[in-house]
Design a protein around this ligand. Structure first.
Ligand code: NDP
Length: 454
């Protein structure tokens, strides 16, 4: 469908954009490189001031930005407002902490003085998805810009107005022209940009095929990448857990963003003793959620972002059911305009079906039962993904085993897996590599330069 805003709640095409021509792409690259030469030399305090301004703009105009997100990709407006405000938090976090994260570090050696200094790499390309159209970009841009890099954003083709608004925020905040540019290009032009000598590194958040293609190209040109790909996060509930708290969190963990989150809980691994009760209470809470117009304040679940995402989830559910899985609630797209799919629960899932192997990017909770902790950990780890894991227990020994034995980039005990600027975020296995946020995030796109003085 090209680069366009299509309302996912109605299917209506609202605005289409012409992709940049090759000559325009060349111009953007050249301006980005020129901007870097100046920008890298500016003092940290100046960059921090602009980043604080960006935070203020995000907070002041949170509702305006939220409406754009909801219009283009369908997340409920209350989540979109929260997203804009969270972007302000990450801007402030790096404005306040970048100087400390990037300060020289002395190291003892045979030199009279040796130390490590952190320098920017240059132009960084960010290929970003539509699911958190502001947050995914700001969590890259805040540390990258504070480190002295400049950013090029290739956003998902269904959120062009969000992409343009983000570039405008950085300009309004006072950052010099071309320090952050949005390139309205399709994925077919990404190869050209990442291969260009002026682009020094890249980051991609999205699907496995996109990550594979992007990292292969970057690898061919010896460029560093960070990949944040899919997940099939486990949500383990053991017998000793606070069941009501677990069920309540399970609803948020699965339904946030209409179920389209890489760190959403997707596979619910339940101790047999509490499984019936957990499923009963979860079904009750899912059925109480309000599905509908994502612009309405009281909507809990809006439409999926695109007809393709709807088709994918529908096919995954149908294939699972054909192979023997049971539908507890939901299971069919809603018969109305827009990409609406209801909260759904699948249980009695036979091995060899999509829930064991694929990411379910929509409001579908997958139920599994285990008889002991060993089996819970084994099942949790039996996927190609390794992003986050949430585990519920009040037993200390169980807790310690879960922390050390779950194969994931993050383990949350008795809580919702979430991103937080103060904590590193990223995955292992086919969920990707590298880390965003925290001190680790700002160190991804810097030259860690060793200095040795006789
Ligand atoms: P994609 O991975 O296709 O899109 C994410 C971004 O990558 C977009 O900017 C897209 O551009 C770009 N892109 C796509 N293909 C390539 C490529 N070969 N080389 C370089 N860039 C590329 O995700 P979809 O929107 O198609 O969603 C499909 C599935 O991906 C979902 O069902 C979900 O499983 C997973 N996903 C995971 C996300 C996460 O947060 N981890 C986020 C989004 C999706 P364009 O839009 O122009 O194609």
């Amino acid at each position: 469908m090209g680069i366009a805003t299509i309302n996912p709640a109605t299917g209506e095409l609202l605005k289409a954009f012409e992709p940049l021509t090759d000559a325009q792409i060349e111009d953007c690259l050249s301006r980005a490189q020129q901007a870097f030469e100046q920008y890298r030399r500016l003092p940290m305090e100046q960059k921090a001031g602009w980043m604080q301004n960006a935070a203020n703009i995000l907070e002041t105009d949170a509702e305006k930005f939220a409406k754009l997100m909801t219009l283009e990709m369908g997340k409920p407006i209350k989540s979109a407002i929260a997203e804009a405000k969270k972007c302000a938090v990450v801007c402030r976090y790096y404005a306040e902490n970048a100087a400390q994260f990037l300060a020289n570090v002395s190291a003892e050696s045979d030199a009279s003085h040796s130390y490590v200094r952190y320098e920017p790499l240059g132009v960084i390309l960010a290929v970003m998805p539509w699911n958190f159209p502001f947050w995914q970009v700001f969590r890259f841009a805040a540390p990258a810009l504070m480190a002295g890099n400049v950013g090029l954003l290739k956003h998902a083709s269904n959120v062009p107005q969000c992409a343009l608004a983000i570039a405008e925020i950085f300009t309004q905040a006072g950052f010099p022209e071309d320090v952050f540019q949005t390139l309205l290009i399709g994925s077919d032009k990404v190869a050209q940009v990442i291969s260009d000598d002026r682009v020094k590194a890249g980051t991609l958040t999205g699907s496995e095929p996109a990550g594979m293609s992007f990292a292969s190209l970057a690898g061919k040109h010896i460029k560093k990448t960070v990949l944040e790909l899919g997940g099939s996060d486990p949500f383990i509930v053991l017998e000793s857990a606070d069941l009501e708290a677990a069920v309540q969190t399970a609803v948020t963990a699965r339904m946030l963003n209409n179920g389209q989150s890489c760190i959403a809980a997707k596979r619910f691994i339940l101790a047999s003793a509490i499984a019936d009760e957990f499923e009963r209470r979860l079904a009750e809470k899912f059925q109480a959620l309000k599905i509908g117009d994502p612009m309405a304040e009281d909507t809990d679940v809006g439409p999926l972002a695109t007809p393709e995402i709807l088709q994918d989830i529908d096919k995954q559910v149908k294939t699972s059911v054909e192979k023997g899985a049971k539908v507890l609630i939901g299971g069919q797209p809603l018969d109305q305009p827009g990409n609406f799919y209801p909260p759904t629960i699948l249980s009695d899932i036979p091995p060899g079906t999509p829930p064991y192997e694929e990411e379910f990017f929509g409001p579908v909770a997958l139920m599994f039962r285990v008889s002991n902790l060993d089996d819970a950990i084994k099942l949790a780890n039996s996927t190609v993904f390794g992003l986050g894991a949430s585990a519920w227990t009040t037993d200390e020994a169980e807790r310690d085993r879960l922390i050390s034995e779950l194969d994931a980039g993050a383990v949350f005990i008795n809580g919702l897996v979430k991103s937080d600027p103060r904590l590193p975020f990223g995955g292992i296995k086919r969920s990707g590599y590298g880390r965003e946020l925290s001190i680790q995030g700002i160190h991804e796109f810097v030259n860690i330069k060793t200095v040795w003085i006789k």
